[in-house]
Design a protein around this ligand. Structure first.
Ligand SMILES: [Zn+2]
Length: 198
C-alpha cells in the first residue's frame, strides 16, 4: 500500500479493526470535500458498519445517514477504501434525492481514484454493469472533479444537475454525453423521509 491521507494500514482485515475503518472514513470524507466541495445539510453521518451481503448502501432516515459496507470491504482494505469513498460521495449532498448517472459515476470515480492512489492492485472488479458504464461516462468528462466542485459551489446537488449546467461546467462535453449523465440512475420507490442508495 502507498501511504496516502496519513492512513496507517492495519495488519488485520477491516472487520477486525473498526476503529481504523472509522479513521479511514474521516480521512476520506475530508478528501471528498477537498476535491468535490464541502458537504451540505445538517444530517449526521454515522460510522460505517459491515453487512454480510454483496451490496453496500447509504441510507438516510431523518437526520441520520448510515453507511453499510458489503462482504468484500469486510475482508479487503482496497475494497473498503473504494466502497467507503463511493458511499461518502452519496452523502455529500445529504441524500436529498435519487441519484443520477452523474452522481453514481462521480461516486465510482472518486472511489476508484482513492483505491488506485492507495493500492498497487485496486479492486476494479467491483465495477460492473450500470456502475461501470456510469464510471466510464464520468471519467471521460474533462477535469471531472473540478467540474463537479464548481457545480456544487453553485449550490447544485449532484443528483439535480441539468444538461445545460453540466455543459457549462465542463466545456467540451457534448450535449449527448451530458444527457446520458443527467438521467435518473435508478428509480427508488419513495418512502417518506428515507432514501437508500447503493
Ligand atoms: Zn452508488
Amino acid at each position: 500500500m502507498l501511504v496516502y491521507l496519513g492512513f496507517d494500514l492495519p495488519d488485520v482485515a477491516p472487520v477486525c479493526d473498526l476503529a481504523a475503518v472509522h479513521d479511514l472514513q474521516r480521512r476520506l470524507l475530508r478528501e471528498a470535500e477537498r476535491m468535490l466541495g464541502p458537504r451540505r445539510g445538517c444530517a449526521t453521518i454515522r460510522p460505517a458498519t459491515f453487512v454480510a451481503t454483496t451490496t453496500g448502501c447509504t441510507r438516510r432516515v431523518g437526520d441520520t445517514i448510515s453507511i453499510e459496507l458489503e462482504i468484500n470491504a469486510l475482508r479487503d482494505w482496497s475494497c473498503c477504501v473504494a466502497e467507503l469513498a463511493h458511499e461518502l460521495v452519496h452523502a455529500l449532498d445529504g441524500l436529498t434525492g435519487d441519484p443520477s448517472w452523474l452522481e453514481e459515476g462521480v461516486a465510482g470515480a472518486f472511489g476508484a481514484a482513492m483505491a488506485i492512489t492507495m493500492f498497487e492492485d485496486p479492486p476494479m472488479y467491483l465495477f460492473e454493469g450500470d456502475y461501470l458504464e456510469a464510471l466510464r461516462l464520468t471519467a471521460s468528462i474533462p477535469d471531472q472533479f473540478a467540474a463537479i466542485k464548481s457545480l456544487r459551489a453553485q449550490g447544485i446537488a449532484l443528483h439535480a444537475v441539468t444538461v445545460q449546467q453540466l455543459m457549462a461546467a465542463a466545456p467540451g462535453l457534448s450535449a449527448d454525453h451530458a444527457a446520458l449523465l443527467c438521467r435518473p440512475f435508478r428509480q427508488v420507490p419513495p418512502v417518506l423521509g428515507r432514501y437508500m442508495i447503493g
